[in-house]
Design a protein around this ligand. Structure first.
Ligand code: ADP
Length: 508
């Protein structure tokens, strides 16, 4: 193990459960990679610590090697050895922790959804801090994400800062407050945290019960900086209706809590260089888009009789948050309006998965509808490139990346006005918004009439005025959704927290 080289910028370590493209379930993976790369470009030293899952896409890691030293970390009253691997992903140095624990925490063939997730990730959070400590690293910022690595915040201040790993400020980003990882309070002791001290209403105690703890709440309380992934969502979760039980904690800690809209990785999502798509294209030459549409239709067995028929796409986890009843409605409504519809999605919720399997079967050889119920990165690129419109009828949406990716590929988003969708999609027909910012179709009420009011206008506009539609496509492809400005906001937050820490140390 070596300590960190010195660079003029900040030293930022992300401790996370996901990183695209090697270990991605959803937006969290995209954010860790995208923000990390952007901060690295700005001259900071960025490192990532991930679990060494068996299902990591190892072929995408460069120079992966096992370190000579093992890291011993505490769990359940004893020390366990961890093998540590290091490699480069998308130009970023990544440490992979492989616990030599009999429960084989990360050899389960999937990232999440195991019955002992609390144990797996509290173990990982502690082992990650132990790695930084034993490697003699002196990061300025330790950035943890979502409940899986929320344990880092209390572990850092209660155990590691006193031990001497005390150079850092802690930043916690919650990508979705729906997932809080609560568990019986006693389980917190396994990773060495003091249950008696932490199971209090102003610390980690869950609002639902006196004997449950809440890792996300712990990270909100114990971090120096708390962010979420859009300004509107940051407002929404401060309310009782939308705070998933954490609104009062967030209001109490409101000074350190801010919403920063995510960017997208514009290298990974670039129709001009995308190897997954049939024909590359750019804003200056969008002819390729029609060829991608034709190619996808052929591949999926959809009718190619009318090249101008609008193609509506959606790529999503099929969970209640995403407005599954509205997704289902959008399929039928698109058909009624004379369009084609392609859905790529999969569901961790068995009854939703079954329902969509039923719809997929109903349309399995239909000319205009196709549902593909799996996770498929390559196909996702082809759908962004081929579709004319993209529906996102979420009930709530912390940020949402698919509206930004679809715009990059010239597919016009049709979204419910909530969270990050509210902050990034502006209605074509809204005269209160300057023309150059208008980039999609929006609706407010999460019901069928609401969705129709946007979908109908979009299809109508597409069918009636091709020239204006082309202009709209070019306009949205030109919009900047790169990480650049969001990463600058993180940079500023980090720098201020580091400066505050220095001034407190100097005064002491
Ligand atoms: P969330 O994080 O809630 O899943 P986001 O919109 O923030 O939603 O991010 C979703 C990301 O996951 C996007 O990059 C999207 O393309 C991708 N994605 C979602 N479902 C699938 C799927 N079935 N196959 C491939 N990619 C998917």
């Amino acid at each position: 193990l070596t300590s960190s080289p010195t660079t003029p910028g900040l030293h930022v370590v992300h401790i996370a459960a996901e990183m695209a493209p090697v270990a991605k379930v959803g937006g969290l993976g995209d954010v860790v990679a995208g923000l990390g790369k952007s901060l690295q470009k700005k001259g900071h030293l960025v490192e990532i610590v991930l679990p060494k899952y068996d299902c990591v896409k190892y072929e995408l890691i460069r120079d992966l090697r096992e370190l000579d030293t093992v890291v011993e970390s505490y769990f359940d009253g004893r020390l366990y050895k961890n093998k540590v691997w290091v490699g480069t992903v998308e130009g970023l140095p990544v440490y992979f922790i492989d616990p030599l624990h009999p429960d084989k925490f990360f050899s389960r063939g999937q990232f999440y959804g195991e019955r002992d997730d609390f144990k797996r990730f509290s173990f990982f959070s502690r082992a990650a801090l132990e790695l930084l400590f034993q490697a003699g690293k002196k990061p300025d910022i330790i950035h943890c994400h979502d409940w899986q690595t929320a344990f880092v915040a209390p572990l850092y201040w209660d155990l590691y800062a006193p031990k001497g790993l005390n150079s850092a400020r802690i930043c916690f980003t919650c990508h979705n407050f729906e997932y809080q990882g609560t568990a019986p309070a006693s389980e917190l002791a396994s990773c060495g945290l003091d249950v008696h001290q932490l199971n209090r209403p102003d610390r980690m105690q869950d609002y639902s019960s006196h004997d449950r703890v809440n890792p996300v709440k712990g990270a909100v309380v114990f971090s120096n900086i708390v962010t979420t992934v859009s300004p509107t969502y940051a407002q929404e979760v401060r309310t009782a209706e939308r705070g998933h039980g954490l609104h009062s904690t967030l209001n109490f800690h409101t000074k350190k809590f801010i919403g920063i809209l995510n960017g997208i990785d514009t290298d990974a999502w670039n129709p001009a260089t995308d190897d997954f798509i049939q024909v590359q294209y750019s804003v200056n030459d969008i002819h390729g888009k029609a060829e991608n549409k034709e190619a996808l239709r052929k591949m999926l067995g959809l009718s190619t009789a009318d090249p101008r028929k609008p193609l509506v796409g959606i790529i999503t986890r099929l969970v209640p948050q995403k407005g599954v009843h509205l997704i289902r409605h959008a399929i039928y409504r698109t058909l009624e309006l004379g369009g084609q519809f392609v859905l790529l999605g999969s569901s961790p919720v068995p009854h939703i998965q079954r329902e969509f399997e039923g719809i997929a079967n109903q349309f399995q050889s239909h000319d205009h509808i196709r549902l593909i119920l799996k996770y498929d990165e390559a196909l996702s690129h082809s759908i962004y490139a081929a579709s004319d419109m993209f529906v996102i009828p979420s009930l709530f949406e912390p940020c949402g990346l698919t509206q930004m990716i679809s715009m990059r590929y010239g597919s016009i988003p049709i979204v419910r006005k909530t969270g990050g969708l509210y902050d990034s999609v502006f209605d074509v027909d809204d005269d209160t918004i300057p023309l150059r910012f208008r980039n999609g179709y929006t609706f407010l009420n999460p019901d069928e009439q609401g969705l129709n009011s946007a979908l109908d206008r979009a299809l109508n506009h597409y069918n009636k005025n091709r020239e204006r539609w082309q202009q709209l496509v070019q306009n949205v492809m030109n919009m900047d959704f790169s990480w650049d400005s969001s990463a600058s906001q993180y940079e500023e937050l980090y720098s201020k927290a580091v400066a505050r820490a220095k001034s407190t140390t100097n005064r002491a």
